[in-house]
Design a protein. Sequence first.
Length: 161
Amino acid sequence: MKILIAYFTMGGRTKKTAEAIASALATHEVSFFPIEITGKFIEKIKLLDQFEKKDFSKIETELNTLHAASYDLIMVGMPTYGNFPPKAFDEILARMENLSGKKAIVFNTARFTGGKALEYMKTKVEEAGAEVIDQRKFRKVLWIGTKNANKFGKQLNERLE
């Protein structure tokens, strides 16, 4: 099975989670579509503000390389900001175009709750035409370890065979 893991990360938590899930998907072909925001904290916040205004010009090059059509399963991972994923989620989803008939999994990382963000993601992916077969929240106040993400990946690997 060909799996695409698309994720957004600013601090590395969501990237670490995506990589841990992927490391356990040993019998599948996994590709990543990362949007990684680096730099000083204030620069990251300014970029998030641009995204709130639907200005994605800073990541346009990356977005133009997003091709989801050839994948059997689409996984989308996002951090949680104020109970919602970043606006980049909506743009990434829009760039995937036709998800009809695709299977999908959504996951998020959160310091505290994250439940509303996960439900929002699930709803939007289903509205785009995909069938959400699973959703996971990876939560930890100070840092995100890889144990639960790896365990989820192993369970997923077995289930998809």
